[in-house]
Design a protein around this ligand. Structure first.
Ligand SMILES: C[S@@+](CC[C@H](N)C(=O)[O-])C[C@H]1O[C@@H](n2cnc3c(N)ncnc32)[C@H](O)[C@@H]1O
Length: 1010
């Protein structure tokens, strides 16, 4: 496997691309990586790395010849070639495909082996297999994934680029209809000369009532509108400023625009600002109780705000200073009252949070985006929508046609209970009334479009059938062709619609740095936002989403390298060379596939509790169902996605069952994975290969996966690790995360394999792991990824025989092999870090340094802390918190304490007479704490001298290693740097490299971060 090359290819895929852009799917795997997984599973082991790279698409044939013939080293040759191919964009050419088919014929006895992925998700693996013209089965339990795959592969392969014309025609039709039907709800201010204004977005804040002064309080963590670099350069940063209006029991707003001042302040001229319109709009609560204010002006800036100061005629305003909500607790700008979190929640539950419009984003002609304070007319549009949606006539009509997503958000989900806290119990409630009206209107129009598409296709079909007369085969072909055509166009309309859903809800984010709307599904959680944007439903939303989604169709045809073949029916094109079958199926019941019929399985199963696919995709499913239920009645049969059969570990489903929900959820996951791998075993031919991609930071997940594989009858014959995650995308930068994926290559185990004794295998595991570690590091696999990558070789040894027994005859679980692997890596890493003899370092200090080295973060799962402690040995894990006070642990995670926190807990003393250095880490923390308390190098110097640490070589080595392993962004690193710079006695013994400190932007808060 060309690991480094793949790491680079994976990196190229971090931007958008039409395959990913079609619909949000969670934990998609990169295409280049999936392509390599497919080829590595199918090609014979004897081919050279260069040829493998050529078949992947990296080199041209000429380049391959050059690589193979010239006497230069591989690196020198590659430098000369400097291939800049981006695999994900580039379909393999026909020569490469022929060659792959030749190899397949040699290895598998068929030119086009059958490839299966039954956990296919967004479809990266089937897509790559289809690009090579293999016979592909792709399936997933989740209908949203299935529809996405059909759109990405099935229809492009079947209809080729020509379908784009039909897609465009109907996307436009829906857009035109929406414009007409929704215009009255999105009125524009009359043009006062010049270009008319076109409103693009409305910016809303959720509201509550202040219990002290009874004012309506808009809640927002800050009041930025535009802090983009472009606006910064033009001196046009923009925000709104809340203006208290106690008399009217509301908060008004003033628009502030100016240049960047100190920190995050805006410097502006008061005369250039835009005062409130004569009547301010307050908002409506979820029950549509509209709150309207009487005319008023916001008052003069200087009267209103003591913090506003004059500076050369310019005033200063910091939109972050005027936050009305922080960590779930609100503050009333009118009376200063603190609005507790439970008050906000109980108001949310009783009558729903209200909505206040605080700004409007618009364009004039080709001008750039501008902002203004809302007017009465803006408000009227919203009120009309409110009335329309509250009208029982409309509601009944929509409910009868199942257009309104009234499904309940299940209470046993992760987000459900959070949403309940704010009074959101049903999916339609995650939209404000006008957002809902917009989306339901789209559904209504799409359903009308489908009827028209059907009609058109029927007419065309009837003409064609007349021309083929009684040829039943051709008639059947035509029937099938037009059925699929209606399906495909309808699906594309549904995809545009889902993009609109993603961009227009109370969960969307106004990105003030890029002045655009960010999708609700940007992260792996659906968060209700305190403030959120709405897009103009009559034009902007549909047009904008259609532009991204529907154009992707032609691009995908290009990605698939589709060549057109004419069928034997006139004017009907087929693209039969590349075939794929996409099904909705649970991986434990692949009824559509017969026994021993699949040559290769390449699969990426769910990772324990990493992603709740069903829960997250319900947000889309309810709308997809409204659009596509009649076309795919079997796929959209359930009210919501099927969480019962979903193979994830979800404790929410096992509450109040008398045992630990986590344990029950894990057992459930394990049972499902055993069934799924059992089904894979059934359909795979006896000499077939199965490659499993796995990526999870907790070793418990590995144990479960490995046990299920082994129990189903597989052995792991090889493994590779590849970086597959963009470090910037890791969801919680403060916490440790895994950024690589391990590929486990499995074969059916020899049914006659004998049992083996663990004591005999144990040294073999350690040796193999240590021998592979340098290779992993050479491929940039470090930190916790290195430990996890070592599990592959450990399983190599462990899974050959079955069962593996301990000395008392009990079956040993894979976790024993992982513990051995971890021990081998811990030894290997520590030796590398200290670069000398490791004897003399106490186990606690080793643990501390290796924890930073592995997790590169202060926070990580407690179980990993425990496993690392076990790997090192020599102390009791529970003493880490209790006796040594090195960490705090709660709810399964732990946090390394800072030197000062440990000092407060009396883990060590700063009095040099009392200090005893049982553990080198205490000495390290003592000098860090001492310097942080006093900022006095002299005191540190004296402490080192009096305690004898200054002449302790192991201690100096500890400082050196700590400097290497503690990330630069962590305060301990900074203090160490200061000590090193200021103290010659340390400088003389400690070698360090200074690194830059990256700047971190503060994050936006959402309701559930509180
Ligand atoms: C890690 S994801 C696959 C991601 C995929 N490789 C991609 O690139 O998009 C795992 C998939 O397993 C699916 N899944 C969960 N339980 C399943 C089951 N019982 N049967 C089939 N698929 C299931 C989830 O819906 C999810 O799409």
């Amino acid at each position: 496997m060309p690991i480094k090359l793949l790491n680079q290819q994976v990196y190229y895929e971090n931007g958008g691309n039409p395959f990913k852009g079609l619909h949000r799917w969670f934990s998609r795997k990169p295409l280049s990586f999936s392509r390599a997984s497919v080829l590595a599973s199918l090609l014979p082991g004897s081919i050279s790395l260069e040829e493998f790279e050529y078949l992947l698409g990296i080199y041209s044939e000429g380049e391959l010849e050059f690589l193979q013939k010239s006497g230069l080293s591989k690196e020198e040759k590659e430098k000369k070639i400097k291939s800049a191919v981006k695999l994900y964009k580039t379909p393999p050419g026909s020569k490469r495909i022929q060659k792959v088919h030749d190899y397949c014929e040699e290895t598998w006895g068929t030119r086009t082996p059958v490839v299966l992925d039954a956990f296919a998700g967004g479809g990266s693996i089937p897509f790559e297999a289809a690009r090579y013209g293999l016979r592909v089965y792709g399936s997933d339990l989740n209908p949203v994934a299935v529809v996405t795959m059909k759109a990405a592969m099935e229809y492009p392969l079947r209809f080729g680029p020509d379908l784009q014309v039909d897609i465009d025609k109907w996307v436009k039709w829906v857009g035109d209809e929406a414009k007409q039907r929704l215009a009255e709800f999105f009125p524009s201010n009359p043009s006062q000369g010049g270009e008319p204004e076109k409103v693009q977005n409305y910016l809303w804040a959720h509201t509550v009532q202040c219990l002290s002064c009874n004012s309506t309080v808009p809640l927002s963590p800050n009041w930025w509108l535009d802090r983009s670099p472009g606006a910064g350069k033009k001196g046009q940063w923009c925000a709104v400023k809340p203006i208290p209006n106690l008399e009217e029991k509301r908060v008004d707003f003033e628009l502030i625009r100016g240049k960047k001042g100190k920190g995050t302040t805006i410097l502006y001229h008061p005369d250039e600002q835009f005062l409130n319109p004569s009547e301010q709009v307050l908002g409506a609560d979820d029950d549509k109780n509209v709150v309207r204010s009487s005319p008023s002006l916001g008052g003069s800036i200087s009267e209103q705000d003591a913090r506003t100061t004059a500076k050369n005629d310019l005033l200063e305003f910091d939109p972050n200073d005027y936050s009305t909500i922080s960590r779930g607790v609100g503050k009333c700008p009118n009376c200063g009252n603190v609005i507790e979190d439970d008050v906000i929640k109980s108001q949310g539950q009783a009558e729903g949070l209200g909505h206040q419009l605080y700004a409007v984003a618009y364009k004039k002609g080709k001008g750039s985006l501008e902002f203004r304070i809302p007017t009465e007319l803006d408000w009227e549009g919203f009120l009309n929508a409110n009335d329309f949606i509250a009208d029982s006539k409309n509601r009944n009509r929509w409910e009868a046609s199942s257009f309104l997503p009234i499904q309940e958000i299940p209470s046993n989900t992760h987000r459900g209970p959070d949403m309940y806290l704010y009074g959101i119990y049903h999916w339609h409630q995650v939209f404000n009334p006008r957002q809902l009206l917009t989306l339901v209107t789209y559904v209504e129009i799409i359903n009308e479009a489908k009827a028209k598409i059907q009609e058109e296709c029927e007419t065309e079909k009837a003409e064609k059938i007349a021309s083929v007369q009684d040829d039943f085969e051709k008639v059947a072909e035509l029937e099938d062709y037009y059925r699929a055509k209606v399906e495909s166009i309808s699906i594309y309309l549904g995809l545009v619609m889902d993009r609109c859903v993603d961009k227009n809800s109370r969960l969307t984010i106004w990105d003030t740095s890029a002045i655009k709307v960010n999708r609700a599904s940007t992260t792996h959680s659906l968060n209700l936002m305190w403030n959120y944007p709405e897009s103009s439903g009559d034009w902007r939303l549909w047009l904008w989403c259609a532009a991204t989604v529907s154009d992707d169709y032609t691009k995908l045809c290009g990605y698939l390298g589709i060549e057109i073949n004419l069928s034997n029916i006139q004017d009907i094109e087929t693209h039969a060379e590349k075939t794929i079958q996409i099904d909705a199926a649970s991986a434990d019941s692949l009824y559509h596939i017969s026994d021993n019929s699949v040559d290769a399985i390449i699969t990426d199963p769910p990772y324990y509790d990493a992603v709740r696919y069903g829960e997250l995709s319900d947000f889309f499913y309810v709308w997809m169902k409204a659009n596509l239920q009649d076309i795919f009645p079997n796929i959209f049969i359930n009210e919501l996605t099927d969480k019962d059969r979903e193979a994830i570990s979800n404790p929410g489903r096992f509450r109040n069952m008398g045992a630990s929900p986590e344990d029950l959820a894990n057992q459930d996951y394990e049972a499902k994975m055993v069934l799924a791998f059992g089904e894979y075993y059934r359909v795979l031919r006896d000499d077939g290969v199965m490659t499993v991609q796995f990526n999870h930071k907790e070793s418990g997940a590995w144990d479960t996966l490995a046990k299920s594989l082994i129990d189903a009858g597989f052995e792991i014959t090889a493994s590779w690790a590849v970086s597959t995650e963009n470090p910037q995308n890791l969801h919680q930068a403060k916490k440790n995360s895994v950024s690589s994926t391990v590929l486990l290559v499995c074969r059916k185990r020899d049914p006659n394999a004998q049992q083996a004794w663990w004591d005999d295998l144990r040294p073999e595991v350690a040796n193999l792991v240590e021998s592979r570690a340098p290779e992993f590091e050479a491929n940039d696999i470090t930190g916790i990824d290195l430990y996890l990558s070592a599990f592959g070789p450990a399983l190599n040894v462990f899974s050959k025989q079955y069962p593996i027994l301990d000395s008392s005859g009990q079956e040993v679980r894979p976790e024993e092999a992982f513990a051995e692997a971890r021990k081998a890596i811990a030894n290997y890493r520590f030796r590398n870090l200290v670069q000398t003899e490791t004897a003399g370092f106490d186990p606690l200090t080793q643990w501390y340094l290796l924890a930073w080295d592995a997790f590169k973060a202060r926070e990580f799962p407690f179980d990993e802390a425990r496993q690392l402690a076990l790997a090192i040995g020599g102390f009791n894990v529970s003493d880490l918190a209790k006796t040594h006070k090195l960490l705090n642990s709660a709810s399964g995670t732990c946090k390394l304490l800072t030197p000062q926190q440990r000092l407060k807990k009396r883990a060590f003393s700063l009095n040099d007479q009392e200090f005893t250095c049982h553990h080198l880490v205490d000495g390290l923390h003592a000098i860090l704490a001492l310097y942080q308390e006093e900022e006095n190098l002299q005191l540190v110097r004296r402490f080192l001298k009096n305690t004898g640490l200054v002449s302790n070589d192991l201690f100096m080595k500890t400082l050196e290693v700590a400097f290497k392993v503690i990330p630069e962004t962590v305060s301990e690193h900074q203090v160490l740097l200061n000590l090193w710079l200021g103290m010659d006695e340390i400088k003389a013994k400690v070698v360090v490299e200074q690194l830059e400190i990256p700047f971190q932007e503060e994050a936006q808060l959402n309701l559930f971060d509180s």
